[in-house]
Design a protein around this ligand. Structure first.
Ligand code: FAD
Length: 391
């Protein structure tokens, strides 16, 4: 652990000590009680009320709590099994990014509004959206963001706009990455907790039929005034905190990709076994089998990479783990889902069929960092990676 290490990442110790078996049972029970077509906040509420969310984190440091990678994988597998990609995205962003960043405010010793929000979100009584992608710059150019936070009359004033924010239309709290001064230095940014109902906040739905349950939207901030205690973590630590937790979100994306592609492969295999051409199941066709096996190998590789890098990614101290994972997701998910979609023929075009799943899963190669940017980051770290492989 780094010198920032502390036993108090801001989460209640009693809840962190739920045993793995107990935690898994709580997760299964929580989701069993949620109808298949429930809105994402109902899924979140069930997870919070069962103590699943509190039991997700262990340890951490002054930049926020760290997730337990095995539990994060279990959570995403269980939520993905419901077959509602919008709800899974909603849970993923909150569990892997927003809650850990909210925890960076050290709420147990920190400002009251942040502590209160974290308590409500962990209990499942409220949702939190993570608003980083800015109206003023390409999402791939995070340091170019335009949304501002300034100190005025002892409080904060937020101005600007965010786009394509998951949970924007349902969250009670918005965690906003804003600039505190001009420039691109990593100390130029801070996180602000904005209640969605604060005067000056407007939310527009994103015009898309995909991932409907993720309640994606665009958010405007017009001179939004807040008490100074709404600053999350130290002023100017925004990018440091984000970097600390980015790898967790990238690990979460990889874990979700393994669950989602595995689910689609199982469905595709069943269809191929049941569909006959010239009296033979398509599953017996050697070309079909070889292509299917290739997909299995790709997902097995991604799964192995998750196992290999999960611990490092969750600690968040080595950015190459997250970049490798997210790159691998981009290279795997689209190829596997495209092949599955082809193998399902016309049925893949049915409402909610594999063609829609494939389009929705494209968020894995865009949200939280586009694949090209991740590959660029892997190339940047090539010397370090190759040196590690030689030892
Ligand atoms: C469904 C959904 C949910 C989202 N949820 C959230 C959320 O909760 N919070 C949030 O803050 N944001 C969210 N986003 C936004 C997401 O993080 C951004 O879309 C992403 O960072 C990419 O930014 P952009 O869309 O502006 O693409 P751009 O940066 O404009 O890039 C467009 C394309 O250009 C190419 N490109 C970009 N950079 C490079 C490069 N360096 N090298 C080579 N090619 C490149 C890539 O092909 C890329 O796809 C969400 C997006 C979607 C689609």
């Amino acid at each position: 652990m780094s010198e920032l290490a502390t036993a108090d990442p801001g989460l209640a110790p009693a809840d962190r000590e739920v045993s793995p078996d107990d935690w898994r049972q709580r997760l299964a029970r929580a989701l069993a009680g949620v109808p298949a077509d429930a809105p994402a906040p109902a899924v979140w509420r069930a997870l919070g009320e069962a103590g699943v969310l509190r039991g997700l984190y262990r340890g951490g440091n002054a930049l926020g709590p760290a997730v337990d990678p095995a539990r994060l994988g279990g959570l995403l597998r269980a939520v993905d099994a419901r077959g509602d990609n919008g709800a899974t995205l909603s849970v993923l962003v909150q569990a892997a990014s927003a809650l850990p960043i909210l925890g960076s405010g050290r709420p147990s010793v920190g400002p009251a509004p942040v502590a209160a929000a974290q308590e409500l979100v962990l209990a499942g009584s409220a949702q939190v959206a993570l608003a980083a992608t800015d109206e003023a710059a390409a999402g791939s150019d995070l340091s170019g963001l335009g949304t501002e936070v300034r100190f005025e009359d002892g409080g904060l004033v937020v101005d600007g706009g965010k786009r394509w924010v998951t949970n924007a239309r349902t969250a009670e709290f918005l965690l906003v990455l804003a600039r505190r001064r001009p420039g691109r230095h990593f100390t130029d940014f801070s996180w602000v907790l904005v209640p969605a109902g604060a005067p000056g906040v407007t939310v527009r739905p994103a015009a898309t039929g995909l991932l409907a349950n993720a309640a994606t939207g665009h958010i405007g901030f017009d001179s939004v005034r807040l008490p100074a205690e709404h600053l999350v973590g130290a002023n100017g630590r925004g990018m440091a905190v984000f970097a600390r937790h980015m790898s967790t979100e990238r690990l979460a994306g990889a874990l979700w990709a393994v669950a989602l592609t595995g689910r689609v492969l199982a469905d595709t295999r069943e269809r191929l076994r049941g569909r006959t051409a010239d009296g033979e199941p398509l599953w017996h066709n050697p070309v079909v089998r070889r292509d299917f096996a290739e997909c299995l190998v790709r997902v097995a590789q991604l799964r192995a990479l998750c196992e290999n890098l999960a611990g490092t990614a969750a600690k968040g101290q080595d950015l190459s783990a997250g970049a490798l994972l997210k790159s691998a997701v981009g290279l795997t998910a689209e190829a596997v889902l495209a092949r599955c979609a082809q193998l399902q023929g016309a049925d893949g075009f049915a409402a909610g069929g594999v063609q829609t799943v494939r389009a929705e899963a494209a968020v894995l190669g865009i949200g939280g960092g586009v694949t090209e940017l991740m590959l660029d980051s892997v190339a940047d770290r090539s010397e370090q990676l190759l040196a590690e492989w030689r030892t």
